[in-house]
Design a binder for this molecule. Structure first.
Ligand code: GTP
Ligand code: MG
Length: 238
């Protein structure tokens, strides 16, 4: 275990996380569409790449190049040189992309600063309720195990995003993947939409910090978070 943190660059969220993402574990962000999961990943990734470390970015949704350009500014070329981007088109391709990224990170030939899987559950969700549901569960759990081991072995932060489903019993939004994902992630953040460009990050789980919340805003340059005055209690899932 280590106290080392990777600052996300979103001040309020960094404060919520005690400085940033932990280097030897998986951090999960979940939230409804448009809550800012992808922008959050890009914000951290551009920051890591700008500093000259590699980002292994597994993108199942199509990274917005315009958005990346707006965040990167004049550094776009430099940042892209440190991006190893894969865009899997199926659960099987995603599995291979994760395995490759993990192997390269563990190999240690390149200085790897971050591994991102956005979204970890897009193809998994498509496989649910089909004949290959069990295979999908197994593929997801193997991938997560690989990411957990790699974070620890390569001492690299792993950031995954997860989609949500609405629990009809109480109307709350729950992350997909159930206990597989919840156990694999040592830190879990939920992102909530607030009016306009405002978003709220809720720290649902952390091995060393209490639950709490932080607000940030979506701007043309990326995400900006005012330093919150106080941690507050966790609001219910919307
Ligand atoms: P899903 O992947 O659909 O689950 O959503 P997400 O949580 O990844 O949201 P994302 O980070 O893509 O977007 C967050 C918000 O930023 C949304 O309200 C978008 O409308 C907005 N947004 C995304 N891309 C752009 C862009 O290129 N320009 C601007 N101005 N806004 C954007
Ligand atoms: Mg997204």
């Amino acid at each position: 275990m280590t106290d080392e943190r990777l600052a996300t660059g979103v001040a309020s969220v960094d404060r919520l996380l005690g400085g940033g993402l932990e280097a030897d574990c998986v951090t999960e962000i979940y939230g409804e569409g448009g809550s800012g999961k992808t922008l959050f990943c890009l914000e951290v990734a551009t920051r890591v790449a700008r500093e000259g470390r590699w980002v292994f970015y597994i993108d199942t949704e199509g990274v917005s190049v315009d958005r990346l350009r707006a965040m990167a500014g004049d550094d776009l070329e430099r940042i892209l040189k440190r991006f190893l981007l894969s865009t899997p088109k199926s659960l099987e391709e995603q599995g291979r992309a994760v395995a490759t990224a993990c192997a390269l990170a563990r190999e240690g030939k390149r200085p790897v600063g971050l591994v991102v899987v956005d979204s970890a559950t897009f193809y998994y969700r498509l496989s649910l309720s089909g004949s290959d549901e069990d295979d999908a569960r197994q593929a997801l759990s193997l991938e997560l195990a690989d990411l957990v081991v790699t974070a620890l072995a390569a001492h690299v932060p792993v950031l995954i995003t997860n989609q949500v489903w609405r629990n009809v019993r109480d109307g709350t939004l729950e992350p997909l993947g159930g206990s597989f994902v919840n156990h694999a992630a040592k830190t879990i953040l939920r992102l909530d939409r607030l009016p306009g460009p405002r978003r709220r990050a809720v720290l649902i789980k952390h091995r060393a910090l209490p639950e709490g919340t932080a607000e940030f805003r979506i701007t043309v340059r990326g995400l900006e978070g005012p330093v919150p005055s106080e941690r507050s209690t966790v609001p219910p899932s919307p």
